[in-house]
Design a protein around this ligand. Structure first.
Ligand SMILES: [Zn+2]
Ligand SMILES: [Zn+2]
Length: 213
């Protein structure tokens, strides 16, 4: 099995988790043995988030999507942003705040659950007033956390351990952009994302009455 960052291997990861007997759970109780906390930090693309959310929904899986309110890459207050948030909810996923430290305002659009964007170690695992910080105890525990950041699993792709049921429970951080857009390096994957965004933006420009003739 090749551990490519693509949708085929995303399905294989989910297959492995199901074969290992894991149950998909959100951060509102637990962690209990056998639970898999599928977490998505949305750094760059709402389109990729929604696409992955639909795939999970078709498989009967619920994840937690962490969305930014201060991103330079997307706007949650735009039509597209509001539609994305509504669809994530309609598909049965939990939605939390992906926050820029130190700002973590209460916001009725989100569940009271938070992940920091690109956190520094000195505050990453500190409690956050009014929120469950998923990088705080008990959610962030050595050996029970895996992240795909920059297409690099520091402790290896977890598919074999998932299939074997080797984790008591696991928090699995998947960035949708990395898996939805194709490329064998981050550079290639980001280029594919930018190409898709360019096409989307050309449509948005035309809709905004910009003369593209
Ligand atoms: Zn793998
Ligand atoms: Zn982030």
């Amino acid at each position: 099995m090749s551990c490519a960052f693509d949708l085929a291997h995303f399905h294989e990861l989910l297959d492995a988790a199901e074969a290992g007997g894991y149950r998909f759970a959100t951060f509102n109780g637990g962690p209990k043995p056998g639970q898999l906390f599928l977490r998505h930090d949305i750094d760059l693309s709402l389109e990729a988030a929604v696409e992955l959310a639909r795939i999970e929904h078709e498989r009967g899986i619920s994840a937690t999507y962490f969305l930014m309110t201060e991103s330079v890459f997307y706007n949650l207050d735009s039509t597209l942003g509001r539609d994305a948030l509504r669809e994530l909810r309609e598909l049965g996923h939990a939605v939390g705040l992906h926050a820029d430290h130190p700002r973590a305002p209460a916001d009725p659009r989100f569940d009271r659950v938070l992940s920091w964007h690109n956190p520094d170690p000195d505050y990453m695992s500190e409690p956050v007033s009014g929120f469950v910080n998923v990088m705080n105890e008990p959610w962030f525990t050595s050996g029970r956390y895996r992240s795909d950041s920059n297409q690099h699993w520091r402790e290896g792709c977890p598919h074999e351990e998932l299939r074997a049921g080797a984790f008591e429970w696991l928090q699995l951080l998947i960035h949708p952009e990395i898996w939805i857009y194709e490329g064998s390096t981050m550079r290639e994957t980001m280029s594919a994302m930018l190409e898709a965004k360019q096409n989307d933006w050309l449509t948005l420009l035309a809709n905004d009455r910009i003369d593209l003739s």
